[in-house]
Design a protein around this ligand. Structure first.
Ligand code: TXA
Ligand code: MG
Length: 302
């Protein structure tokens, strides 16, 4: 523990000096840098080989940080942040001109979230500025849900990975845009469309791929293991000869998956050299829009 505390203090120093550090959040591990330090933000893109047209999320440690990042903040923002922050919800607002254009990939908008993880919150507060943090994987790979996943992808490419154990949620945050008068769901996650609508007391719309407001990151291939992925949806049944089968129901495979361990199941299959992964989705998984989105994307079906 003492060792982790030492690493925490090192992480704070490294971030203040413009370095990049990986840290845990409740969703997935993030690759953090100080938002106002352009060289550090640039390092994030090169370390994870991220396309420069994919904007980053700012992670804040206190609500007052929003004023440094966004302008013309609508009432719906306060409704959502008081209901869901700290937590797995990212809110897109109009960008403050002081935020480097690199952060938002040139868009006039800014994605912001307050993570619900004690280590992440302490880190942001100790650095004293919001941190941008994409998921700490190589671009395109499954997101990391434990420190060893970060090292698997990025060992030698960054000076420090803070270990906070396994992430409790396991898929990335829900992203909602408040740029238009009708809120738009850009990326489904563990906070559902129905939960957002019930708090906002208004319908929200789903972004389509052709939508200019669409989350730019959603067009890139994502969350994919090296193995080919095949998806089998209930009421279809997986073939008994499926080579590497992961299943939402124990009936078909001992390799049961859920939201929390889905990405680590994909990584395990890669480590074992599987050429093909079959993912069986029972009825309840099919109701989980966030998880289904990641499953279909991992197979290249979305
Ligand atoms: O749970 C999460 O959100 C994790 C943890 C580390 O917080 N972070 C994460 O970041 O998933 P990343 O960079 O892997 O995904 C960010 C998503 C991308 O799809 C990106 O296009 C979208 O958010 N995004 C970021 N800024 C945006 C903006 N200004 N407008 C629309 N979409 C934006
Ligand atoms: Mg990502």
């Amino acid at each position: 523990m003492e060792c982790e505390e030492k690493k925490f203090l090192q992480a704070v120093e490294l971030l203040k000096q413009g370095e990049v550090v990986a840290f845990p959040t409740e969703t997935v591990y993030g690759l953090g840098a100080c938002i106002f330090y352009e060289e550090a933000v640039q390092k994030i893109f090169s370390i994870k080989k991220r396309p420069s047209d994919n904007p980053l999320i700012a992670h804040i440690g206190s609500l007052s940080d929003v004023a440094k990042l966004a302008i013309d903040i609508p009432d719906a923002f306060y409704t959502l942040s008081s209901a869901f922050w700290p937590g797995p919800l990212t809110i897109v607002l109009k960008k403050h001109p002081a935020v480097p254009a690199l952060v938002s990939a040139g868009h006039p908008t800014m994605a912001i979230r307050m993570p619900d993880h004690p280590l992440a919150l302490r880190l942001i507060q100790a650095v004293g500025e919001p941190l941008v943090a994409p998921s700490a994987n190589l671009s395109g790979r499954p997101s990391p849900t434990q420190a060893s996943d970060v090292k698997e992808d990025l060992a030698g490419r960054l000076p420090l990975v803070l270990d906070g154990g396994e992430c409790s949620i396991g898929i990335e945050s829900t992203v909602v845009s408040l740029i238009d008068p009708i809120p738009t769901l850009l990326r489904p996650g563990s906070i559902s469309q129905a939960q957002l609508e019930s708090v906002l007391k208004c319908p929200i719309r789903l972004a389509s791929e052709k939508d200019p407001a669409c989350s730019p990151g959603m067009k890139h291939r994502h969350y994919a293991p090296r193995a080919r992925v095949q998806v089998v949806l209930y009421p279809e049944r997986p073939s008994t000869s499926a080579s590497y089968l992961i299943s939402s129901e124990p009936l078909f495979s001992a390799l049961v998956f859920n939201r929390r361990n889905f990405y680590s199941r994909l990584r395990e299959a890669d480590r074992l050299g599987a050429e093909e992964i079959t993912i069986y989705c029972g009825p309840s998984v099919q109701q989980d829009a966030g998880l289904m989105n990641r499953i279909l994307r991992s197979a290249g079906l979305l």
